[in-house]
Unconditional design. Structure first.
Length: 415
């Protein structure tokens, strides 16, 4: 979209069911029908997928990471190639993280042994924790010094630097630079980080300027609600971010020690947000969590879970052999599938289920064949996008609660 073209509304709601809603989010590279799952392509690729594959699985938008792309190949390299869309051959909407998550994942996350590779909910019984290690970041009121995990070089990110990189990348939706806190941070530190994030949000918005990327496209700017899982801080941050004047609002940072804490955070946050702006939940994408987010009024959400599960032989399925899978994960490395001629899911239209057996995929994983990652990822992204599309239809048709009960069990909370 050229800078002088008419500007459509950013977000319009077409249907509501309680807090849950169906809408359309307009970007420079297409409209996203919401609720929508945003697949993570950290380094300008959803691992093992081509842009054509993403279209085939119904993927509407992808999420790339400014910090990792800054380290390699460099935002200037991507800009010289015409921006992320041309660089990676994807013509749909793209979101970029500001680097704020790496403030956590390379800092307090490493020190405390929590993160996407372990558990962002350390209070959940039986969940694996990471081995703690030294921090790669130093936070100041002006910005964050990162020590590269690749070569040890040092780089200083400020709100202005982060927004400048995101303008070079040319994403359709960019995020304010923030300090993402750990579920292990106490109230005092979380409050200090929240106020720092608010100051950075104002600087990020000022750096955003007229909202046009280096490639002439309109860029939407999202502020980020922080405050950890402390109700007073979440409420304060939500009110601040709602009044910031951003195009949309992301809900980030620590969502608590348990899934119940996350539900409480969303129950507090969402009612305080403006109804006419899109809401994005950062880093959440397992099936029970998607139901919880959608019914509480979240419009979009990103997560590595479906693609990472796929690369570890975890195939999304609701049932297997007549039994409900507790985590909706079919482990294709299990010896029971060595001679199983059936598809992973007979009702699934993906390339894996249409053409290959469980036995074949089991064989590929046992041999560490690259095709295993591709086929499993095709299946999981198909499954998650079909489910979210079904949620949109169910909301309009008044059967969302029935759909939730069909997946999670009647009368049970989305935990």
């Amino acid at each position: 979209m050229a800078a002088d073209a008419p500007t459509p509304p950013v977000f319009e709601t077409s249907w509501t069911d309680g807090r849950a809603r169906v809408g359309r989010l307009a970007t420079a590279h297409g409209v996203i029908d919401t609720p929508a799952f945003v697949a993570v392509g950290t380094q300008a690729t959803v691992k093992s997928m081509t842009p054509g594959d993403l279209v085939d699985v119904g993927q509407q938008a992808i999420f790339c990471n400014t910090y990792h792309l800054f380290l390699r190949p460099g935002a200037d390299v991507v800009a010289a190639q015409g921006g992320l869309h041309r660089f990676m051959g994807w013509d749909g909407p793209i979101m970029t993280d500001s680097g704020g998550f790496q403030v956590f994942s390379l800092g307090a996350g490493l020190e405390g042994g929590v993160g996407k590779l372990g558990s962002i909910f350390p209070g959940e019984g039986g969940m694996r924790r990471l081995k703690a290690g030294p921090s790669f970041v130093r936070v100041t009121d002006d910005g964050v010094q990162f020590t590269s995990h690749l070569d040890g070089s040092r780089h200083f990110f400020t709100p202005e630097v982060s927004i400048g990189f995101q303008q070079q990348l040319g994403a359709d939706i960019i995020l304010a630079f923030d300090e993402c806190t750990s579920p292990l941070h106490d109230h005092a530190y979380t409050a200090a980080a929240m106020h720092r994030t608010h100051r950075w949000a104002e600087r990020s918005l000022a750096a955003h300027g007229g909202g046009i990327s280096r490639h002439g496209d309109r860029q939407l700017f999202y502020g980020i609600v922080q405050g950890g899982w402390y109700p007073d801080l979440r409420a304060e941050s939500t009110r601040f971010t709602a009044a910031l004047g951003a195009d949309g609002i992301a809900i980030g940072g620590s969502l608590g020690q348990t899934k119940a804490d996350m539900h409480a955070v969303l129950d507090l946050t969402v009612p305080l947000l403006p109804a006419d702006k899109p809401r994005h939940l950062l880093g959440i994408g397992e099936i029970p969590d998607i139901f919880a987010a959608v019914e509480r009024g979240v419009d979009t959400f990103d997560c590595v879970a479906p693609t990472r599960m796929a690369r570890n032989a975890g195939l999304i399925a609701r049932d297997v052999d007549g039994e409900r899978l507790p985590r909706f994960r079919l482990n294709l490395r299990n010896a029971r599938y060595k001679n199983d001629p059936r598809p992973v899911d007979p009702a699934c239209p993906c390339a894996l289920c249409a053409g290959f057996s469980r036995a074949y995929l089991h064989h590929l994983f046992r041999c560490d064949e690259l095709l295993a990652y591709r086929l499993a990822t095709l299946h999981n992204l198909t499954a998650i996008n079909r489910l979210v599309a079904e949620m949109r239809s169910a909301l309009v048709e008044g059967r969302f609660q029935a759909l939730r009960a069909d997946w999670l069990g009647a009368g049970q909370e989305t935990v």
